[in-house]
Ligand binder design. Sequence first.
Ligand SMILES: *[C@@H]1O[C@H](CO)[C@@H](O)[C@H](O)[C@H]1NC(C)=O
Ligand SMILES: *[C@@H]1O[C@H](CO)[C@@H](O)[C@H](O)[C@H]1NC(C)=O
Ligand SMILES: *[C@@H]1O[C@H](CO)[C@@H](O)[C@H](O)[C@H]1NC(C)=O
Ligand SMILES: *[C@@H]1O[C@H](CO)[C@@H](O)[C@H](O)[C@H]1NC(C)=O
Ligand SMILES: *[C@@H]1O[C@H](CO)[C@@H](O)[C@H](O)[C@H]1NC(C)=O
Ligand SMILES: *[C@@H]1O[C@H](CO)[C@@H](O)[C@H](O)[C@H]1NC(C)=O
Length: 724
Amino acid sequence: MISLFSLTLMLLHAPAPTVCDDLGAGLSPGHRTYIVLLRPPVEASSKDDHRWWQDSFLPTPLAVSDEPRLIHTYTEVFTVFAVRLTEDDLAMVSQRKEFLWAFPDHLWRPSTTHTPKFLGLEKDVGLWRDTNYGRGVIIGVLDTGIYSEHPSFDDSGIPPPPSKWKGSCHGAARCNNKLIGAKFHNPRAYDSGDDTGHGTHTSSTAAGNFVSHASAHGLGRGTAAGIAPHAHLAMYSVCIILGCASSDILVGLDEAVKDGVYVLSLSLGSFFDVNFTDDPVAIGTFNAVAKGVVVVAAAGNNGPRSFIANSAPWLLTVAAGSVDRSFQTVVQLGNGEHISGEAFNQTANSSSNSVPLYWNKHCKSSLAGRNVSGKIVICHNTGSAINQSDISGIMSAGAAGIVLINRKDASFTTLLEDYGSDVVQVTVADGNNIIEYARATSKASAKVIYKNTVLGVRPSPIVASFSSRGPSTFSPGVLKPDILAPGLNIIVAWPPLTILGSGPFNIRSGISMSTPHVSGIAALVKSSHPDWSAAAIKSAILTTADITDSAGGPILDEQHPRATAYAMGAGHANPIKAIDPGLVYDLSITEYAGYICALLGDQGLATIARDPTLSCKMLPKIPEAQLNYPSITVPLRTRPFTVNRTVTNVGPINSAYTKMEVPKSLTVRVYPETLVFSKVGQKKTFSITVSRHRNVGSKALQGSLSWVSKKHVVRSPIVASPLL
Ligand SMILES: *[C@@H]1O[C@H](CO)[C@@H](O)[C@H](O)[C@H]1NC(C)=O
Ligand SMILES: *[C@@H]1O[C@H](CO)[C@@H](O)[C@H](O)[C@H]1NC(C)=O
Ligand SMILES: *[C@@H]1O[C@H](CO)[C@@H](O)[C@H](O)[C@H]1NC(C)=O
Ligand SMILES: *[C@@H]1O[C@H](CO)[C@@H](O)[C@H](O)[C@H]1NC(C)=O
Ligand SMILES: *[C@@H]1O[C@H](CO)[C@@H](O)[C@H](O)[C@H]1NC(C)=O
Ligand SMILES: *[C@@H]1O[C@H](CO)[C@@H](O)[C@H](O)[C@H]1NC(C)=O
């Protein structure tokens, strides 16, 4: 079967997928796969009629050879199908009056033990107990499939799914009260199993059950659990390692919504920056949000530069940071100094004394020609990833070990990889200290000491270098990403054997790890507030996020200056506070629709909402800045710019909030300065007027607005951008 246009799984350092706009290109020259959106036929009722009607759009039913043109067909209100067409065919199809929009199908990229505790979650106490560990909530995951036999998907302690659940299990070895749905929509997959490990780890991070005595290759021993350990899971397998086709993603999203999931977790995103109307995630999730589903999606592994994925405002877009855990490995220099690095593969401490150091700029196997025998080689990671055969080459030349220095732009982000034994990874700063010592000392030497797992590392979290940064190219007036969550060196459930490592647990990094953490948090909030809208749940997570790190200072980025709102959004997710936010910034689907009208017009609304009852004529146009978003983005101007926001009281009956903090670099007026509530559900509107001082340069400025009561702090980042 041929493949389609595709999205990518958020894999870091996976075997590089061949980036190819049209995987079926070789099959029928001149054709490529398009996703075609049509208004529905007036009469067609049965699936066969529908198919016939769609076929009537095709110049001939088959493309060259035996390859069918029609690859997918969906029968929702608006019809979507994926089809192989030439440019001439497309021109013809687009003449039909039912034609709405077409865009090329692409391949998209699919992008634990300690992290619940790092987020403040502990067994039998507090939030986990109070939210019943997410019981009753169904999390749908679109991914590569799932290794259902994994102990993380055991269903002990989990009741049957809610009666409204309509999903089913296909091609999974085991379904139970934990894994209540499994479907595969990828024409290249045979079942809902997981060849890569990706879908297994995203699912287990969101909602894996408790597994005691877990560890990944001897590291990080403890009880493994997802963030919502008693929530239900449903896997929609839409990806293979190469990626996830737009058309498969659209089918998976429609199925998940029909089945009745409460939260959707999408650890996938595009290879390239794509406008909302050409983005299957933006298009496919609008209806999900309309039905109250919280959609959590990955910001992408494109950092620290390049674009941010999944930036539509109805998505909860997640960035990645470090945790307070280090798989610590000390490089003890000949002068007695201790440098703390980390190692994926920790062996026994060597009994021998220090050995000589050998410094080289590149980690190349050509080093084997030099005399590295018995020495520890220090070298820099200069490419996008270190070549495993270079590492093996150096080791088989007899090197005693390798100290691998992080890439310059990764700096303090040490992304652990399984390079084999005797490889220690260090930050750029620590690497420079070792080199300085090696250069200044005639008989420089060192020794490596393995410490296994150290907790309480400071500062943490730090925004990971690979985490994609905002602003959104297509909607810079809405702050993205929304939130930061753990995504560096996370211990995750894993199938027994895949090309990316072996289970039952593994250590992986990426936006794919941080995204399901937030999906789990959304499930916990949903579990204790089943009637809240998707926007209210998002607001609760954003306005309660932490903005300080474990050392008490502001959260830093990988280069160690202060992380901006374009790196961490509202801050680091705090599930305990998210459950009780005090006030929420709510949004209805008609407000999102009004925003789409202002940004993309009627055609944009028809494409994205696929809902004939919504039309821009009937909706107020809502400019980006005026969308009732829990963060605030305004143009950086000397002339005052005013936005309105409305908050809903979800806290105590009688409560009063006063504004606390506004940025010094800007002039910000908030009116009124006090909000008094006498009922639950009561709404209050306020305005914020922002202007810049004359002397502030041209960089984006940021600050925050906090509404503070006796019990709650409701914080919104404010960004004043010169780009607007
Ligand atoms: C290596 O030695 C250090 C202290 O010298 C000790 O803390 C650590 O547990 C040892 N590691 C292993 C793997 O035995
Ligand atoms: C390689 O270096 C070691 C230790 O410095 C030394 O003993 C050995 O003779 C050297 N071998 C060659 C071929 O230079
Ligand atoms: C890895 O390095 C070896 C030797 O330097 C080279 O032959 C090979 O092509 C490299 N592989 C990749 C994927 O860069
Ligand atoms: C550690 O490295 C050794 C040697 O390269 C390898 O045989 C072993 O499988 C690795 N262990 C882990 C846990 O990756
Ligand atoms: C996105 O698409 C809309 C509608 O086609 C267009 O007006 C807008 O300029 C596009 N945005 C960018 C940044 O290209
Ligand atoms: C903000 O609210 C005030 C008071 O309700 C209203 O007069 C004003 O038009 C609103 N501004 C915008 C941009 O909606």
